[in-house]
Design a protein around this ligand. Sequence first.
Ligand code: ZN
Length: 238
Amino acid sequence: MRSSTPLIVRAELPHGVCFGQPWGISLDGLLASVLWHRRKADEAARGEVLTYDPRAIPQDLDLPLARCTLGQPWHWMCTFAHTIPATPHPEPRTRSSRTDHADLQRLSASVPSTVTDARGHYRKRLIPAVATVTATATWRAVGDPDQIRDLLVEVTEIGKYRTSGEGRVSAWRVEEVPDDDWWSAGHEHMPGVLGRSAPAECLFDHPGITHGGRARTAVRAPYAHPSRHANHAHLPFA
Ligand SMILES: [Zn+2]
């Protein structure tokens, strides 16, 4: 039996976290990634390979979160990560990327005799990312606390550059706050501050909310898929 109650989810981050966007990552994306990996493992155990087809409309995974159906597309009742940085500005981090020439030879039967590192599509490049030095990340949500705990225990790193040690999570805490307002727990970092991307209809009753502007953007996982995008959606305040 699934229950739904307002929650605060907190990740302890001993080494800070690196996000590729001005705002934090979504809780629904994290939960969906665990379910997707579990499904992949089940298929692998049967000798099958589960693949993601970006041309198909993705099936919605059964996340232990309530849904907000005020706008189109609908979204899960949860925010993006909220952080309180320890430094006045985010810290730039840079990674370098170089084409694996031996890999090119394996992938293609006709590779030119020289593939230069200095120019062209396969050149060596520097990739900047912004790291937030912070001790915790928090999300608000409406959902089933036990099922959320069960999924998050499998998430040991969040954000970008996890293989370099960024975003390691030392502990997850899921706290029930039954007196919190449901709409607020599904949309706001704190009263009056938008904490997620949201279709315009979500904010009709909250015209004074502080947000990060408006754009065509995704409102639920998988965030990269066009079927999850809303026109003139409000962006989170970051
Ligand atoms: Zn909404």
